[in-house]
Structures are given as structure tokens and as C-alpha cells.
Unconditional design. Structure first.
Length: 515
């Protein structure tokens, strides 16, 4: 009986030890949730109350696995942009705070896939296999992390590569009226990156489904989908998806750039992006400005395009080249959105409806187009043959306009006009037929040497094809030097011109008379 207190004491200590271990190992299964209530619904937006801790651009979860972004963060109400089919939502539904910013899956598993801006696959290849996600909104690289633009991005389009060159890391705007070939230029540039170790991202913003289907079919038939990621929002998608689409596509491209790779991204087009942002802003009662666009419309595009750059070598040396597309109305390039984007980018390629109607394709207006990087983005050999071409073409266009008034012209002026017509004929190019740099050098060298001047205009197309075919007869060591950064020597020039003269001889009128 005397041992009973000791036994009780031992039992008490064991029980206390077990309870302490259980307390230390206990982890509550319930997580705190912050729930709000929908107060009103409009086209693509929702007003929410009861989320005091939410931050700007934080993800909100709505019923039916619909997500939104906190856009207006006021003291007593949240204005949310919806990213899915919102027709079943109604006032009084619960809204849950997710606690993170909107992000998108990135990685090798996206190459060759077609997705929407939140990473949902739109093709029939199954679920995306990725392990990394990045926020759609990311700060642009610092100035000290950037390197100069010095390496060309060959578009395969003669008029652009020769007169308006684009470099890796550059931002070159493509603008023009409706149906003038803007998407065709961007698409040809993507096709020309085959076997050039350049990944491509095509971002369709609010486009018609038929137009997007045509682009995807072209990419697939030409084998370009193997190195391309397609991010799609259609015209009937919520405006919130159209708003985040270019940012999501840029995050996907930045992942590859940070791996030291060269990436090309096409935004088709930012006019629809600006209109989607205007629609959201007006619905959220933000103060309208010029043309009813919100006051920060310049900022949303500048923070997007500033992410395109060429990284310095200590960060891998990757690059992100941007080709934004916008649509003008009645050839007005001084409108609000065009002037905004012209001031942000490093140059513009302007497509003229007048040239398009005349059959001058691609309809690039050389006088209104410019590359602020210029010859620094061309190989030395290419720059040597194309340096005076833009001046000669500009003189021709002025004299041609003067000649249209019926004025009498001297022989030297007629010679300049005839030479300019050959330049225009050589710069014509069919869609989806990118041309290699060596073939372009051969054609441009023949132009600058006036070898096409004796050939009739109706035979120019066949003569150019013959010159391009003659590139196969150029020695391999010359071709290697042209592809590299080495300068064009006199011996190389003479060898190419000799090969060109041989193939052009049958096209001259004197040679035909002899036969």
C-alpha cells in the first residue's frame, strides 16, 4: 500500500510525456481562409467586398474554378478582372483569396504547344508537363545587365534585312492599316528561324479564331511549330485574358532567355490589347483620358516592351527580340497608340496600303520605316552591299513622283529611275518564302553592281531566281566568311559577281538577239 503514490507518480509522468509529444507533433489541418462576397458582376469584371488583406494583381478564386485578378484595391471594395467564363457567377457568391500573384507555367514542355494565357492547353496533346511557374508581371532587366544589340536577327525578307535590319534583343514595331500583311511579315520571320537556334513565341491577342487557325496551320505545315510556343486569346474571350496575354507570353520567353538562348516574340496585336485594357478600366470606373484610354496606357506597354533585351555575358548572353504589331486607321501613324509604341520601340516597319494595292509585296514603305539600331545589326559583308541601297531607293521614289507629272527628264535621271525600278522588283517577295543571307547578298551585290539594269522588268523575277540558284556554285570558304562576322573582301566580291554574270547573261536582250 505504501508504493501506491510512487506508482501513481510514474503513471502521471508517462501520461504527461505522451501528451507533450502529441502536442509537439500536432499540426492543424485547417488553414486560415480569407473569404469575400461578390457585390456586383459586369462584363469581364466583378466587385468584391470582405477581403481586407488582398494586394494588387493577387489571384482570387471564384465559384466554378474561375480565377480573377485584384485590379482596383480600394478601402471597402475590390475590383477584380475575371479570367474565365463568368456567366454563372452572381452577386452573393463567395470569393477566396489565393495569396499569390497570377503566374504561368514555363519550361521546355511548352515548346510546340498551344496554350491560353493562364497555361491551359488548347491543343490535343494532353496536359502540360512543367515544374516551374513564373509571375506574368516581372521587372525588366537592369541597364547594367544588358549588352549592346550587335548580332542580326535574319527575317528572311530582303527589304527588311537590307534596309531596316533587326538585331537580337531589339524591339521593332510593325504597323499599318488592316489587311496590309503585318502578320505575314512576323510569320515569315518565325519561319526563317528554322535551324538557327532561335525559339519563337507567337502571342495572338483578341484575334479571330479563323485567323489564328490559319497561322497555326502555316506553322505546322512549315515545321515551325517544333520551335514555337503559341499563346492564344480569341476575340470572344474575356478582356482580362487579352490583357494578361502578352505579359504571360513574355514570361514564357524570358525563361528561355535566362537559360542563355535567343528568343523571338511576336505580339499580334497590341491594338487589341490596348482596347481590352480600356474596356476593363472604363468598367472599373477609372478616369478616362485621350480617346477614353486610361492615363497609364503608355506605362502598360513600356513595362512590357522593356523586358525585351540582350543580356550581358555574365547572365548567359541570351536575348529576347520583340516584334509588336499594331493596326493604324486611314494610314494615321500619328494617332495615340501608334505614337506611344513608336516612342517605346527601337524602330518601325510601316506597311503602306497603296503599295499593297499596287502589288508591291511586302508593302513596306521604306521612307516611313526605320531601324534605330541600323547597320550595327548587320553582318559586315551584308552591310557592305546594302549600305547605299536605301539612299538609291529613296532618290528613285522622289524622281518617280516627279516624273509622273510628265516632265522631260535627262538621261542620268532616267537611268536612276530605271535602276530604282529594278531595286523595287528585287525587293518584292512572295509570302512564306524566306531567303537565306547568302542568297540575299548575291542579289543585292548584283543590284549595286548594276547587273540587273539591262534585264527587262518582266524578266526580273526569273533573273533573281537564277542568281539565288547560282549561290550553290560559290566556294564553301566564301560562304563561310559571309555567314561569319568577317568583312567582304575584293576577291570574294569578284567571285560572286562572276558567278552572277554567268547566270544573268541569257536574260540580257543582246544575248537573246545573238541566239
Amino acid at each position: 500500500m505504501k508504493s501506491t503514490p510512487k506508482l501513481l507518480q510514474a503513471t502521471f509522468e508517462q501520461t504527461l510525456s505522451i501528451l507533450q509529444q502529441a502536442r509537439l507533433s500536432f499540426s492543424p489541418q485547417l488553414q486560415p481562409r480569407e473569404i469575400g462576397i461578390i457585390t456586383s458582376i459586369a462584363t469581364g469584371i466583378a466587385k468584391v467586398s470582405g477581403l481586407p488583406g488582398v494586394g494588387f494583381e493577387e489571384v482570387l478564386k471564384f465559384p466554378g474554378d474561375i480565377f480573377g485578378i485584384a485590379f482596383n484595391v480600394d478601402e471597402d471594395e475590390i475590383g477584380a478582372v475575371l479570367l474565365g467564363d463568368y456567366w454563372h457567377l452572381q452577386a452573393g457568391d463567395e470569393v477566396e483569396r489565393c495569396g499569390h500573384l497570377v503566374d504561368v507555367p514555363v519550361g521546355e514542355g511548352l515548346i510546340g504547344r498551344i496554350i491560353n494565357p493562364i497555361g491551359e492547353p488548347l491543343d490535343s496533346k494532353g496536359k502540360l508537363i512543367t515544374s516551374t511557374r513564373l509571375p506574368v508581371e516581372r521587372p525588366s532587366p537592369a541597364i547594367m545587365d544588358r549588352a549592346p544589340v550587335s548580332v542580326p536577327l535574319q527575317t528572311g525578307i530582303k527589304v527588311i534585312d537590307a534596309l531596316i535590319p533587326v538585331g537580337l534583343g531589339q524591339r521593332e514595331l510593325i504597323l499599318g492599316d488592316r489587311q496590309t500583311g503585318k502578320t505575314a511579315i512576323a510569320l515569315d520571320t518565325i519561319l526563317n528561324q528554322r535551324d538557327k537556334n532561335v525559339l519563337c513565341v507567337y502571342c495572338a491577342i483578341g484575334q479571330r479564331a479563323s485567323g489564328v487557325a490559319k497561322v497555326i496551320t502555316t506553322l505546322r505545315e512549315q515545321g515551325a511549330l517544333e520551335y514555337t510556343v503559341v499563346v492564344v486569346t480569341e476575340g470572344n474571350d474575356p478582356p482580362g485574358l487579352a490583357y494578361i496575354a502578352p505579359y504571360a507570353a513574355t514570361s514564357i520567353a524570358e525563361y528561355f532567355m535566362q537559360q542563355g538562348r535567343d528568343v523571338l516574340i511576336v505580339y499580334d496585336d497590341l491594338t487589341h490589347h490596348a482596347r481590352a485594357y480600356r474596356e476593363l478600366s472604363l468598367l472599373l470606373r477609372r478616369p478616362p483620358g485621350r480617346e477614353a484610354f486610361p492615363g497609364d496606357i503608355f506605362y502598360i506597354h513600356s513595362r512590357l516592351l522593356e523586358r525585351a533585351t540582350h543580356l550581358s555575358q555574365h547572365l548567359g548572353g541570351g536575348s529576347l527580340t520583340a516584334l509588336p504589331i499594331i493596326e493604324t486607321e486611314a494610314q494615321d501613324i500619328s494617332a495615340y497608340i501608334p505614337t506611344n509604341l513608336i516612342s517605346i520601340t527601337d524602330g518601325q516597319i510601316y506597311l503602306s496600303p497603296s503599295l499593297f494595292e499596287l502589288g508591291v509585296l511586302p508593302a513596306v514603305d521604306v521612307g516611313k520605316s526605320v531601324s534605330r539600331v541600323g547597320g550595327k545589326a548587320q553582318r559586315a559583308a551584308y552591310r557592305a552591299v546594302a549600305s547605299n541601297l536605301k539612299l538609291a531607293y529613296g532618290q528613285f521614289e522622289e524622281l518617280e513622283t516627279f516624273a509622273s507629272f510628265g516632265a522631260r527628264l535627262d538621261d542620268s535621271t532616267l537611268k536612276i529611275i530605271d535602276h530604282g525600278r529594278r531595286i523595287r522588283a528585287c525587293l518584292k517577295q512572295a509570302e512564306s518564302t524566306p531567303i537565306s543571307m547568302i542568297e540575299q547578298i548575291a542579289v543585292l551585290l548584283a543590284l549595286t553592281a548594276n547587273l540587273f539594269d539591262e534585264i527587262p522588268l518582266e524578266a526580273m523575277n526569273e533573273a533573281e531566281l537564277a542568281v539565288r540558284a547560282a549561290v550553290a556554285d560559290i566556294p564553301d570558304e566564301i560562304s563561310a566568311r559571309l555567314e561569319s562576322a568577317k568583312k567582304l573582301t575584293d576577291e570574294d566580291r569578284d567571285a560572286i559577281l562572276q558567278a552572277v554574270r554567268n547566270v544573268l547573261a541569257p536574260f540580257t536582250p543582246t544575248q537573246k538577239l545573238r541566239k
